[in-house]
Design a protein around this ligand. Structure first.
Ligand SMILES: Nc1ncnc2c1ncn2[C@@H]1O[C@H](COP(=O)(O)OP(=O)(O)OP(=O)(O)O)[C@@H](O)[C@H]1O
Ligand SMILES: [Mg+2]
Length: 255
């Protein structure tokens, strides 16, 4: 991750970043949620966004998926400006947002959840292939394809949520607190699933309560403090910053 390079710049040997965010400002009415946020994410990179409750992490996720408008700044994928675009346009450009909570339809079967996810892919064989790839990546889902999603464990529901996202061949997955409320073994399932996404070449922007696990998994880190960018840099250099900046005052980490 770099914070200084202008969007779309490509010096020799420095490819255009996958995601490029510049001076992003977000407000809820008069209340400022984010101010002056700038960072890049390379293709295949995992970035973790950390910060205390209310720091603006979910607001960043919502702004980058078009759910809330930004009042200033820009963001782009592969150099294509997506600022102010509708959520479906942003999805089509390759940013998939997994919001807080479980992103599955509990009353539908696993396979119907996957069918819904791929409904925008053109061509029946292509849709079938996308579902088969998801079931191969996550064999548990393949084995339980006829089961109602609501009967899966919490970790498996998050796995299904991620499988639904991956079935659409995204470039960047924004995962907002996927491990929230899960038992430790299920948190492992979530991290293993995210590792599969990364191995498939997808970039991940991960918002996580398990700070040290997130830093162990991510390449880079962005720390938000009351809506501003307090620090950004390599994940392996972030532990001290996290301790100084917010774990000391407002720790929500349990592991
Ligand atoms: N819909 C909304 N309307 C008004 N203010 C909001 C809204 N959603 C969030 N906020 C405010 O914006 C700020 C950032 O909230 P946000 O949800 O982005 O924080 P967060 O870092 O995701 O927190 P958490 O760790 O609790 O999930 C907070 O002050 C919050 O109260
Ligand atoms: Mg949040």
């Amino acid at each position: 991750m770099t914070t200084t390079e202008p969007s779309g710049a490509s010096d020799a040997g420095t490819p255009t970043p996958l995601l490029s965010v510049r001076d992003l400002d977000v407000r809820y009415g008069a209340a400022r949620a984010l101010s002056g946020i700038s960072f890049d994410v390379r293709a295949g990179e995992v970035i973790t966004v950390l910060g205390a409750n209310g720091a603006g992490k979910s607001s960043l996720a919502r702004a980058l998926s078009g759910l809330i408008p930004s009042v200033g700044g820009t963001f782009a994928i592969d150099g294509h400006d997506l600022t102010g675009r509708a959520p479906h346009v942003i999805r089509k450009a390759g940013i998939i947002h997994l919001p807080e909570g479980r992103g599955v339809f509990p009353a539908l079967s696993v396979i119907d959840n996957l069918r819904m996810a791929v409904s925008e892919i053109e061509g029946r064989p292509q849709r079938r292939d996308a579902i088969e790839r998801a079931c191969e990546l996550f064999p548990v889902l393949g084995q339980r394809r006829r089961q109602r999603a609501g009967l899966l464990s919490g970790g498996e529901q998050q796995m299904l949520s991620l499988a639904r996202a991956l079935a659409t061949s995204p470039k960047l997955i924004i995962a907002d607190e996927m491990s929230l409320g899960l038992a430790p073994r299920m948190v492992d399932v979530v991290f293993d699933s995210l590792a599969k996404a990364q191995q498939a070449g997808v970039s991940v922007l991960m918002i996580e309560q398990f700070v040290h696990r997130a830093l162990g998994f991510a390449d880079s880190c962005l720390i938000l403090e009351r809506g501003t960018q307090a620090w950004s840099g390599p994940a392996n250099a972030a532990a001290g910053e996290v301790a100084a900046r917010y774990l000391g005052s407002d720790s929500s980490e349990v592991a």
